[in-house]
Write a protein that binds this ligand. Structure first.
Ligand code: FEO
Length: 405
């Protein structure tokens, strides 16, 4: 039997958060392993004359979403629904809500959202109001400012500022994976926040890694509009009431692909242990030089999480990739990892490639071509016959290059 945990709490005067804790999604977006889970946060503003709902939950939790809403309001009192972003983790519960209401609320969203509401959910006869960038609506007791923030995470993404209450509702941006034990940052310890930021980086890299160049312009835009929120309320994870700089700085660091100077990530496939033996000698040398090594191995006993590989590479100074030849090609698991890395990693990483072969090294040329002109373009690609040793001078040479890089 499904046991859904959700929370309803007051954020500030007349503004409530509805948060559901999703531990059943194993592969967010059908891709990213998240054993730590994720939350979907929706918000309700209950003004004397108007009730405004901001976003919803994933469709899996539509019934519970209605139940949570009814703990605060009668759903027929909702006058306005603001859709910040059309991805179904925020809009999936909308059809059930609208079908249960006995009136049609106004739906505000980016102009692109209208056709998406129609195609995703068959919502054609709705009262849709397209937002313009910097458009403001006055609801007495609150003025809502809509700001277009394209590519955070899709092109139709907007954020809103509740001007009287100083709350910035940001949907995906400033969000994170994991299920914080509390709703607000104010009650978490420094250590808990530090651990949370690791999940935040994983969320940023996996979900908006490809679009990270849009983060700083968006923050700058908010700054230029003179927006200094007292609360940042995203649609995933913690609500920031006290340490807003922490999450803003974390997003800025991510946007600039900030990495740990002493961290090296090693990824390899090893079918029968030949690649692993070579990698082990490299690891010894790196550790002797005081580097922190994160290792992800695809073997007949282990299969690492792609989401963790991506996060480690993004936060590393350099990368070592060990590849088994498989049917005269790159091992398919590595091929898939490389495809994702090429898509999401945006800063140059000095990379050493080792291809290992039994009867012919086709992978060497293929991987060189694949990584050419990418952030992982190899500084050296070494071919080793299975059972042979890697020459120590190759490791020293790579070390010299990453230390001086
Ligand atoms: Fe949380 Fe891009 O949706």
């Amino acid at each position: 039997m499904k046991m859904t945990v959700y929370h309803v709490d007051r954020v500030v005067r007349d503004l409530y958060v509805l948060r559901v804790d999703d531990l059943s999604t194993k592969y967010f977006e059908g891709l990213w392993e998240i054993p730590e889970g994720i939350t979907y946060n929706s918000y309700v503003l209950t003004l004397p004359d108007k009730v405004v709902l901001f976003d919803g939950w994933k469709r899996d939790y539509a019934e519970e979403f209605l139940e949570a809403l009814e703990r605060i309001i009668d759903i027929n009192d909702i006058d306005i629904i603001v859709v910040h972003h059309m991805e179904p983790d925020h809009t999936g519960s909308l059809t059930m809500l609208l079908s249960k209401m006995n009136k049609q609320p106004m739906i505000y969203g980016h102009p692109m959202a209208r056709s998406m509401l129609s195609s995703f959910y068959g919502l054609n006869n709705i009262k849709f109001v397209p937002t313009r960038d910097k458009m403001e609506i006055d609801l007495r007791d609150e003025r809502i400012l809509f700001i277009h923030t394209p590519w955070l995470h899709w092109p139709e993404t907007i954020v809103t500022l509740l001007k009287e209450r100083g709350v910035l509702l940001t949907c995906d941006v400033f969000g994170s994976y994991s299920i914080p034990r509390k709703l607000f940052d104010t009650v978490l310890s420094e250590d808990e926040i530090r651990k949370y930021l690791i999940y935040a980086r994983k969320y940023m890299v996996t979900v908006i890694g490809s679009y990270r160049s849009h983060v700083i312009p968006a923050i700058k835009k908010l700054d230029e509009l003179g927006i200094k929120p007292s609360i940042i309320a995203p649609a995933h994870g913690l609500i920031w009431k006290q340490n807003l700089d922490i999450i803003i700085n974390a997003y800025e660091d991510f946007a600039q692909s900030k990495y740990d100077e002493h961290k090296v990530t090693i990824i390899y496939t090893s079918m029968y242990g030949f690649v692993e033996e070579i990698i082990d000698t490299i690891k010894d040398s790196l550790e002797k030089h005081g580097l922190t090594i994160k290792t992800h191995r695809f073997t007949d006993k282990e299969r690492p999480m792609i989401s963790e590989i991506l996060t480690d590479v993004d936060t590393s100074k350099a990368v070592i990739i060990g590849i088994s030849n498989y049917e005269a090609s790159i091992h398919p698991r590595m091929e898939s990892v490389l495809n994702i890395l090429i898509k999401k990693i945006k800063a140059r990483k000095p990379t050493l490639i080792i291809t290992v072969y039994g009867w012919g090294d086709a992978a060497k040329a293929l991987v060189k071509k694949k990584l050419e002109n990418t952030p992982l373009s190899p500084i050296n690609t070494i071919s080793v016959k299975a059972g042979s040793k890697l020459q120590q001078n190759i490791i020293e040479e790579f070390l010299g290059k990453i230390i001086s890089a």
